[in-house]
Design a protein around this ligand. Structure first.
Ligand code: SF4
Length: 469
């Protein structure tokens, strides 16, 4: 039996208003893995962990109900958390006996059973709604008011916390500390569990995925008779060995990848179908002088050449990126350089932001702020270019048969036709486009991966029908 005090894995410096969760984890190693997974998910949702009862906005008690003595211990732990904090959510094996828990402790806010990850996370969101903002949420949220929990068919897999860089517009290293990578066996165990529980798509996230394991000197851990290092390429290779319940390779997307040289090694895995041909690389700019003032990592001149090389190996690779316009000191020439670079790079998906100072960031002290009207004008020009590129890239997919993961199936319309929406391998949830399907068979369900024939395209989305046979 293993009793932990509320977790000691607190973020180095929680943001003001960042909600904090305490965790008391009882029971067997499996329950501990569940606790780990819940906390990973909550961290990715922007929560900080509290090392004690007093600092927690809500306390989770992960219970064990295997033996009577374990039940007694669980009830005692719930009682302690209520008297020390008062705001308690119960989960785990004893959660199956909600009536007994509520009879002993009517004040508990919610009770969920073992492995009910979504329900626990939902209960935390309900009773301690997360603060939101670009430095709190790692997972993109659809809107300020509509917090969407990850459905079971895709899951975020967080591999590290913090960052060793010091980009001048960013305060994450101050807030979250230096890079702290998770053990590779713990990451793989979580991934395996997620896939066994129905996940068909894993989204690997961190602040800097290419730097995974730098802090642990890429330590090796035993896994399935092998000794993978905590390193992005080993992780990608191992994730490519996972199989879904139906025997398929789950989709695995890499987010927040900086173009360090070793990124080249994961491209062949994409060509082999072991890794989803998709890279999310936050370039932020292309002009060397702006990148220098931004203090961006892996800021090297040969990126365009490497993109060409990646496309030679894996022609279907989709590159997503984000860019900032109007960074202090950005001249018209810098901006034109960025536009020319984008024309050349032909990225598949682009997000753009107008520069805004973040309290505490070094960039705020830089001279030559760009006037708002110029920022707006550059933003509009950039969007025009990237939308044109996106429309042309999507138009080239018309007539092709593509795998599509189903996110949502609609109700039959008056003619009995059912529509569905999903995503191709080039589209990550929430941030990229969708594939809208007409006349889907009644047995198609959320999470299915189907083959769709693309009939039409616009600047963002594809439209089609499920292939026959
Ligand atoms: S790489 Fe730069 S932008 Fe990203 S978290 Fe680190 S400091 Fe911030």
């Amino acid at each position: 039996m293993n009793t932990d005090a509320p977790t000691s894995t607190a973020s180095p410096k929680p943001v003001a208003d960042q909600k904090r969760v305490g965790m008391v984890s009882l029971g067997c190693p499996k329950a501990l893995v569940d606790s780990e997974r819940i906390l990973t998910r909550l961290r990715a949702d922007g929560y900080a962990m509290s090392p004690d009862y007093a600092g927690a906005d809500v306390v989770l008690v992960n219970t064990c109900g295997f033996l009577d003595s374990a039940k007694e211990e669980s009830l005692a732990a719930i009682g302690e958390a209520i008297s020390e904090n008062g705001r308690v959510i119960v989960t785990g094996c004893m959660g199956e006996e909600a009536d007994a828990i509520r009879a002993a402790h009517p004040q508990v806010l919610a009770v969920t059973g073992a492995h009910q990850y979504e329900q626990v996370v939902e209960a935390v969101h309900e009773h301690a709604p997360p603060s939101q903002g670009p430095f709190i949420d790692l997972i993109p949220q659809p809107s300020e008011h509509d917090i969407k929990l990850t459905p079971r068919h895709y899951s975020y897999l967080k591999i590290s916390e913090g960052c060793n860089h010091s980009c001048s517009f960013c305060i994450i290293p101050d807030l979250r500390g230096k890079l702290a990578s998770r053990r590779i066996d713990a990451v793989l165990r979580e991934a395996e569990k997620l896939v066994a529980a129905g996940t068909n798509e894993l989204l690997v996230i961190s602040q800097d995925t290419s730097a995974y394991g730098v802090d642990t000197r890429h330590e090796t851990r035993a896994w399935k008779g092998r000794e993978p290092r905590a390193h992005m390429t080993d992780l990608a290779r191992e994730l490519g060995q996972l199989r879904t319940q139906s025997g398929h390779t789950p989709w695995v997307r890499l987010h927040y990848v900086y173009p360090y040289p070793h990124v080249d090694k994961v491209i062949p895995l994409m060509a082999e179908g072991l890794l989803t041909p998709y890279l999310d690389i936050p370039f932020q700019h292309a002009s060397p002088s702006v990148l220098k003032r931004m203090k961006r990592p892996a800021n090297e001149a040969k990126v365009l050449e490497r993109l060409r090389g990646w496309r030679d190996i894996c022609p279907d690779i989709a590159i997503r990126s984000s860019f900032v316009v109007g960074f202090p000191g950005e001249t018209e020439d810098d901006f034109k350089y960025l536009i020319d670079w984008l024309e050349e790079a032909q990225l598949d998906r682009v997000g753009a932001f107008r520069f805004e100072p973040v309290e505490g960031a070094q960039a705020n002290a830089l001279p030559d702020p760009v006037p708002e009207a110029i920022k707006e004008e550059r933003y509009a020009r950039l969007m025009e270019v990237t939308e044109r590129i996106s429309a042309a890239k999507l138009a080239a997919k018309v007539g092709r048969a593509l795998p599509v993961i189903i996110d949502e199936v609609g109700e039959p319309d008056e003619d009995g036709d059912i529509g569905a929406s999903g995503r191709s391998q080039a589209d990550a949830p929430e941030i990229d486009g969708q594939v809208h399907l007409r006349n889907v068979p009644a047995d198609v369900a959320q999470g299915d991966i189907v083959t769709a024939v693309i009939e039409e395209a616009d600047a963002h989305d594809l439209f089609g029908v499920i292939a026959q046979g």
